[in-house]
Design a protein around this ligand. Structure first.
Ligand code: NAD
Length: 437
């Protein structure tokens, strides 16, 4: 095994969004020297000032510490970053494109730039693919591009290892410091040993495999979690019709060790930058080999309908939503983040607006991002303070379970439809109903 010595390793991070920035900051805090690369100059400037471009619990003080300590800096110059590091992590985005196939344009662009930079480098370099990519991408897309643009041979002149990321937004720093497992998918000993050294604090949790299996483990994980969420939501929908509390059912289910108590909170379903797109990308990849995944498609379909159930329940109560003032509590796809990618709030608000409601939407962190996605609408107003928002209407929909919303006063004399099981909403409201309880 390679020993890093006191100075740690020199790492470059290509793409400093949620995953890249958190990975970089955590490595820098462990004593490595980190250079973050991003094409977005504004992000780079913010990082160099010690200001995180995203909201993530515990990130800001840690970023400040490593920037001030000279352990982390950011640049738009990828060549310089690669020349001054031994390991590069690819952490660029991998959205789904048309027909739900993965869109690898950022991966290809980053691999091309990395390949060009490697051409001018004499010493050995390891490229770690951390972005979520469909099985086969590291071997059939990343490596050929790196070889073409560097003029060098993978496994000899440089190494490539696939290490999928499992952090949860909202707990990203904690998860990076406390991973359940570290999957190391490689093709040669030398590069895998360097990655093992980087992650040596978690040696007891290593799972060593090849790149395509590592890639599949990430998709299998997210597909399983998505299926579990849609499963409990479906059970919840049946429970509501039968007058049974799905949270009692879920508690007992979770006592079964084969099931585990996690991811059994019935509600309005999942969103975020990963679950929906990763399941779609796996469905797309399966289609390439002529397989139709029944369970995965069903899990997405249940989820698609689940968010809109809060609107259906409200509509049943008021007959028509036209001209009604509706307060939407929560925009972020979950508490603890400002991320609204694929958040249920977006579809809920768009549906309310289509039905003529006046929407008063609030979130402590995600208003700025939500404005970008939802744009201007005469019937849509945003508030950062929930107390201001609830003054605007009688009907309240709970969409994200921020701690701020666990205040019973917010619901005094309101008609509440709860998508997230916020118990405090029951006490002083005029009418309370859960989405599947
Ligand atoms: P993000 O969109 O927040 O960040 C990606 C960053 O890459 C952006 O800042 C963008 O400007 C930059 N970028 C794009 N092309 C570049 C290039 N050629 N050179 C340098 N920078 C470039 O994405 P994210 O949420 O951090 O996700 C990154 C990857 O990690 C994705 O594959 C995602 O599926 C995976 N992932 C995300 C999470 C999560 O919770 N967000 C968790 C696990 C895995």
């Amino acid at each position: 095994m390679v020993h890093r010595g006191d100075a740690g390793m020199r790492i470059s991070i290509i793409g400093t969004g949620y995953v890249g920035l958190v990975t970089g900051v955590v490595f820098a805090d462990k004593g490595h020297s980190v250079i973050c690369v991003d094409t977005d100059a504004e992000k780079v400037e913010m990082i160099n000032r010690g200001e995180p471009p995203i909201f993530e619990r515990d990130l800001e003080p840690m970023l400040k510490r490593v920037v001030e300590g000279g352990k982390l800096s950011a640049t738009t110059d990828l060549d310089e970053a690669v020349l001054n590091s031994e390991v590069s992590f690819i952490c660029v985005g991998t959205p789904v494109g048309s027909f739900d196939y993965i869109d690898l344009r950022y991966i290809k662009e980053a691999s091309k730039s990395l390949g060009k930079a490697l051409r001018g480098k004499d010493s050995y370099h390891v490229v770690v693919v951390k972005s979520t990519v469909v099985p086969g991408t590291t071997e059939h897309v990343v490596i050929p591009i790196l070889e073409e643009y560097s003029g060098k041979k993978a496994g000899e002149d440089f190494g490539v290892v696939m290490v999928p990321e499992f952090l949860r937004e909202g707990n990203a720093v904690y998860d990076s410091l406390n991973p359940d497992r570290v999957i190391i998918g490689g093709l040669d000993e030398r590069s895998m040993n360097i990655v093992k050294e980087l992650y040596r604090d978690y040696e007891d949790r290593f799972f060593i495999t090849n790149p395509r299996t590592a890639e599949m483990i990430k998709y299998a994980t997210n597909s399983f979690l998505v299926t579990k969420i849609s499963f409990i939501n479906e059970i919840g929908n049946i429970c509501k019709l039968l007058g049974i509390d799905v949270y009692d059912v879920a508690k007992a289910l979770g006592m079964d060790r084969r099931i585990s108590p996690h991811f059994l909170n019935a509600g309005i379903g999942f969103g975020g930058s990963c679950f929906p797109k990763d399941v779609k990308a796996l469905i797309g990849k399966a289609g390439e080999v002529y397989y139709y995944p029944i369970i995965l498609n069903a899990a997405l379909e249940v989820n698609e309908r689940q968010a809109l159930r809060v609107v259906e329940l409200l509509e049943k109560m008021v007959d028509s939503l036209d001209g009604k003032d509706v307060v939407v509590l929560g925009l972020a796809f979950k508490p603890g983040t400002d991320d609204i990618r694929e958040a249920p709030s977006i579809r809920i608000i768009q549906t309310l607006l289509n039905k003529g409601a006046r929407v008063h939407a609030t979130d402590p962190k995600a208003v700025k991002n939500a404005k970008k996605v939802l744009g201007q609408h005469e019937n849509l107003k945003f508030y950062e303070d929930a107390r201001e928002a609830v003054k605007q209407g009688e009907y309240v929909l709970i969409v994200t379970e921020w701690d701020e919303y666990r205040d019973e006063e917010l619901y005094r004399d309101k008609v509440v439809i709860d998508g997230r099981r916020v118990e405090e909403a029951k006490k002083k409201s005029k009418h309370y109903e859960g989405v599947c309880w």
